[in-house]
Ligand binder design. Structure first.
Ligand code: ADP
Ligand code: MG
Length: 232
């Protein structure tokens, strides 16, 4: 189960928000004695960190917050436009695309899904140190759209696979551990499912499935959630 319990989230908030706020408090105390400008900058930076952590949490726990309408759109077109955001990486990472029937449309909240795919892609690029390849494929049958994103990156150790999507689980020094939490939450909101296959040193594949015709009741319904963990 990857959607966190309230307790896990609360613990995460306490940890992530307490540190920057403590730092702000400390710098404000120093300000009373002397006021070099960089103290104020640092305090503001830490407050920004706290605010963005809370914003991430709010987005994950309440993805409807933006109240985005449900529309029909081509996932392929959106994936294409996301890839352009990684232009600065193509000197080292080769992108291989295989888009079947790109005109097929799914229904959903476009920006939320785009953000989810952005998070998956960003992780793939970050997993590749030096040169590598990211393969993106899209196919569908009568009922389902399949998207696969695989990279030739570092891979994920077997014991860590189960932690993917847990809030604040990160192995990166600058990571937030919120990216996949958002991904899982958004995909399930769209009635979809995710499977992850990975081999250390070889790479990782995210396999996503979305129903083509989500029964529209306020747009998106949370369907029977399917939690799968592919382990090779
Ligand atoms: P962050 O990227 O901030 O660390 P995420 O929630 O996006 O947080 O990812 C959580 C962790 O999952 C990462 O720190 C990394 O260890 C692992 N991970 C996610 N995607 C991949 C990938 N494609 N290859 C290797 N590890 C990954
Ligand atoms: Mg990430």
């Amino acid at each position: 189960m990857r959607l966190a319990s309230v307790g896990q989230i609360a613990a995460g908030i306490a940890h992530e928000v307490r540190n920057p706020l403590t730092a702000v408090k400390g710098f404000l105390q120093l300000l009373q004695e002397q006021a070099p400008h960089n103290y104020i900058d640092i305090a503001q930076q830490e407050l920004d960190n706290a605010i963005s952590t809370l914003q991430n949490l709010l987005n994950v726990s309440k993805p409807d917050a933006e109240d985005e309408p449900v529309t029909r759109f081509s996932l392929c077109a959106e994936l294409e436009s996301l890839l352009s955001l990684f232009q600065d990486q193509i000197y080292r990472v080769t992108i291989e695309k295989s888009f079947e029937q790109p005109e097929v449309e799914i229904s959903g909240r476009k920006n939320q899904l785009k953000r989810a795919f952005f998070n998956i892609l960003k992780n793939s690029f970050e997993a590749i140190s030096g040169k590598g390849t990211i393969r993106i494929s899209h196919s569908c049958d009568n009922n389902t759209v399949y998207v696969s994103i695989s990279d030739t990156g570092v891979g994920i150790p077997r014991e860590k696979l189960m932690l993917l999507g847990t809030p604040f689980f990160t192995t990166k020094s600058e990571g937030t551990g919120m990216g996949l939490t958002y991904v899982y939450s958004t995909v399930y909101q769209h009635g979809g499912s995710i499977r992850v296959e990975s081999e250390e040193g070889q790479g990782t594949t995210f396999l996503l499935e979305f129903p083509l015709n989500v029964p529209v009741d306020k747009g998106v319904v949370v369907m029977d959630l399917q939690y799968e963990q592919g382990i090779q």
